[in-house]
Design a binder for this molecule. Structure first.
Ligand code: NI
Length: 128
């Protein structure tokens, strides 16, 4: 692999602030990111991820909605962790595995729940 010197210098400077021990690891991570993006956009293979939602559990209708959605997509859900953040707020981490389109649909529905403060989907790979 050969790269333009100026580009490499800028990259080295950039990764110094990111705690990388070697340039190879930083480049491997960039390649991995790109491959994962491809996996998620092509949609043929199973992907893995984590959906997080923060919501107010005093909104009982919302709690029911979030549970109903999770039961509709239970074939994608590997595990869930529920954390009581404060008197009213809960944080849920839902670990998912399955076809990217379905996983993204599940994440979209959970995020759209009326009263959900924040929802996000971390897209990663099954490692296969
Ligand atoms: Ni809670």
């Amino acid at each position: 692999m050969s790269l333009e010197k100026g580009l490499l210098d800028r990259f080295d400077k950039h990764i110094r602030g990111k705690s990388y021990a070697t340039r190879s690891k930083a480049i491997a991570d960039l390649i991995q990111e790109d491959l994962i993006r491809k996996e998620w956009s092509e949609g043929n293979e199973d992907v893995a991820g984590a959906i997080t939602v923060v919501y107010n559990h005093h909104k009982r209708e919302l709690v029911n909605t979030l549970l109903d959605i999770q039961h509709d997509y239970q074939h994608l859900i590997v595990s869930t962790q529920h954390v009581h953040l404060s008197h009213e707020h809960c944080l849920e981490v839902i670990v998912v595995k399955g076809k990217p389109v379905q996983v993204q649909e599940l994440a979209k529905k959970l995020k759209a729940g009326k009263g959900v403060k924040h929802g996000s989907l971390t897209m990663t790979t099954t490692g296969k």
